[in-house]
Ligand binder design. Sequence first.
Ligand code: PRP
Length: 215
Amino acid sequence: MGEQITIALTKGRIEKETLALLERADFNMSFMADKGRNLIFESPDGQFRFLLVKAPDVTTYVHHGVADMGVVGKDVLIEHPAGFLEMLDLNFGLCKFSVASVPTYNPSDHKRKRIATKYPRVAMEHFKQKGEDVEIISIQGSVEIAPVLGLADAIVDIVETGNTLVANGLVVFEDICRISSRLIVNNASIKNKPQVLTFIKKLEDIVGNEEVPFR
Ligand code: PRP
């Protein structure tokens, strides 16, 4: 048996799909079925250890080498781009970054816009590419209410079903990019631990040839 491999998984939304993918890749994940409040899980054969952490922390654990690999959304990788290798598009957790606002928002208005977002880097980059200097207002969640209450002119946020936008009376003005879950890998682990490459190959065989739709 080789050295144990540690994999950081994003808690919440994409957790179920991540475990389903691992099952499809022939890993018996039943040891994570009754997880209770546990956050660290070791496979019965001792070969793997899985951590359940918040999305941005997946990049931190992989960057520092505490985890050899991680599964996390591309949204987080764009916002926190450094310190790991992005190896695979896992093609689930599909959503997009969009600019949205109340229907009366005028995107071609020349005044300096205020943009509320949980993703300041993504928002700044997007408007910079369009040659627009905007004021970014950082928000931790429930971003959709910011334009409704006049805190911002528009938002940059994740849209999955679009239900949250509709429920708050917002419409999409622009799509920025597609988002999906990715497999990231620690720079040293890929060189030093042969099981890491074997693991990547196993997942690649499953996700490699699937179509990658944009919506
Ligand atoms: C995300 C995102 C939107 C919503 C989009 O928020 O920021 O608010 O999901 O999903 P939908 O298009 O399917 O409605 P999340 O649920 O993570 O909560 P938050 O607002 O507290 O960040």
